[in-house]
Design a protein around this ligand. Structure first.
Ligand SMILES: [Zn+2]
Length: 316
């Protein structure tokens, strides 16, 4: 199994005010942990470059891209009450998007190829013309758009197990039958969307599947709901490519999210998604980091996720 790692230390230059949960230390801790486990010796490093404007406009409006650039050029500020842009942020966000776009070519180059994109800022709340919830560009949606635009792929499944609903991803593909979207998340909770009756529209009707779960849901119930939702949507979409919005903020000790999960729960989720990829998409999986704000626990979750994607630890 080849699992490519896509990351770039320039993404640490996206700076946020003190105590903001989405801080550079998250990615630093992940990289340290994967180095310790020797994964950088066993997994190939993928090419990371800035996403081009013509790639970003597959999903975002030109006006929005200008707004981000202007905000950065004038010293920085807020895109929404949680989402900062400072000098360095646009480069980091374009690298995050570019890493995920490049990972598509990597994964689609053969059978049983996978990629893990360790990027920040995250992406699943970003809307076509609006940054939101720590997210500037819609990384995972840009991956799906790349696969549809440049490869012989017409059916994609995006599964999002971040504790928050992936409202941006849902909005971008809401009327599409080419991209199925599954989100399991805490509800009611930020960002407020992701009710069970949000199921898509037009051609996309039935291709969005939300699994909203209240705080305190037992882990066995969480897994039963995920498994049945995943089976249902995967058999409808029959994906040629499986994309994962991998957020780890549903962990019981996460300061932002918390849906009572433990590290082994993320291993179970990963295993089930890999099994869907083996059934439908020649094993091909592309996973992208979203949330996860307990820094040491996040690093452990990512290492476990990477291992379940098929990567073998090496000598650190
Ligand atoms: Zn989240």
């Amino acid at each position: 199994m080849v699992v490519g790692l896509f990351t770039d230390r320039r993404m640490l230059e996206h700076r946020v005010p003190h105590r903001h949960p989405e801080r550079p230390e998250r990615l630093q801790a992940i990289l340290r942990q994967l180095e310790r486990n020797g994964y950088f010796n066993t997994c190939p490093s993928g090419l990371v470059r800035e996403a081009r404007t013509d790639e970003l406009t597959r999903v975002h409006s030109s006006e929005y891209l200008l707004r981000v650039a202007d905000l950065e050029a004038t010293g920085g500020g807020l895109l929404d009450p949680d989402t900062w842009v400072f000098p360095g942020s646009n480069l980091a966000a374009r690298l995050a998007a570019g890493a995920v776009i490049e990972a598509v070519s990597f994964v689609l180059a053969g059978k049983d190829r996978r990629a893990l994109c360790l990027v920040r800022p995250p992406g699943h709340h970003a809307r076509p013309a609006e940054g939101m919830g720590f997210c500037i560009y819609a990384n995972i949606s840009l991956a799906a758009a790349e696969a549809l635009a440049r490869f012989d792929v017409s059916r994609i499944l995006i599964a999002d197990f971040d504790v928050h609903h992936g409202n941006g991803t849902q909005e971008i593909f809401y009327d599409s039958s080419r991209v199925g979207f599954l989100s399991i998340h805490r509800y009611p909770f930020y960002p407020g969307t992701g009710a069970r009756n949000e199921t898509g529209e037009g051609e996309g009707l039935g291709y969005t599947l939300n699994i909203p779960l209240p705080y305190g849901t037992p882990r066995t119930e969480y897994h039963a709901a995920f498994r049945s939702g995943l089976e249902r949507l995967a058999s409808r979409v029959r994906p040629e490519l499986v994309l994962i919005s991998a957020g780890f903020d549903a962990h019981a000790e996460d300061p932002v999210g918390d849906l009572g999960l433990e590290i082994e729960d993320f291993e179970i989720l990963t295993k089930e998604l890999v099994s869907v990829a083996e059934t439908y998409s020649e094993g091909r999986v592309l996973s992208v980091l979203e949330g996860g704000y307990n820094v040491p626990i996040l690093a452990g979750c990512v290492a476990a996720h990477l291992h379940r994607l098929g990567a073998e630890p090496g000598r650190g």
